[in-house]
Design a protein around this ligand. Sequence first.
Ligand code: NAP
Length: 223
Amino acid sequence: MSSAVLVIGASRGIGRELAHQYLAEGRRVIATARDDAGLQALQAAGARALRLDVASTVSVSGLAWQLDGEALDTVLFCAGVYGPASSGLQTPTAAEFDRVMHTNVLGPMQVLPQLLDVLAPQARLGLLTSRMGSLGLRSSASGWLYRASKAAANSVLKDLSLVLAGRALCVALHPGWVQTDMGGAQADLDVATSARDLRATLAGLTPADNGRFLNHDGQPLAW
Ligand SMILES: NC(=O)c1ccc[n+]([C@@H]2O[C@H](COP(=O)([O-])OP(=O)(O)OC[C@H]3O[C@@H](n4cnc5c(N)ncnc54)[C@H](OP(=O)(O)O)[C@@H]3O)[C@@H](O)[C@H]2O)c1
């Protein structure tokens, strides 16, 4: 079987655009969605569509065998939620905390280990975190639950890069502030530009980039 691109969380937004751009490039694309409409749309676009809820242990437990026999040379983990908008120190409810942390942190922690046996040599793996997760660049506390989840996701990526050193190139990626359901219409980057940049950045990675936190245009970001 030819090597493939895996896009996790491709029903909407940046993930869907990435899947479409890789398909337009002629790549074989495996893409995930949570519901029938999302799966059908991905299939219609030409992808192999897999049902996956990254926050559900039951759903994730079926992933490795569904990918058995694949050789993934590119993986983009795009699934994510923002959670409650906050401007100060509003304590999230336990349910809000669980939803955001289960999606943005437990998600990669339980999905990415399932991929270890199906990565092609020197595969490129990008986890979409966010500049909002950076401690070094932080100048606002807005959305502190989301920020905490993305800081934790950056930690997850760093550990993945240590375990996979020599086998794969793993980076945390900030896609920009992008016009999607999450980013809103006022965001400064259109989704096609963000996805194009992310594809170019992943394609241009060298071994020295393993474990880095990169802007969509490839520039390093402070953790
Ligand atoms: N947009 C921005 O400005 C921006 C900035 C920085 C970082 N990011 C990050 O970039 C990534 C993509 O963002 P986006 O703007 O494309 O967001 P989006 O338009 O809100 O799309 C989110 C995607 O994640 C999926 N998803 C959410 N929870 C999931 C779960 N439990 N299991 C599987 N899939 C799930 C959604 O699937 P459903 O359709 O099933 O809900 C959807 O496909 C996110 O990680 C986000 O935090 C975005």
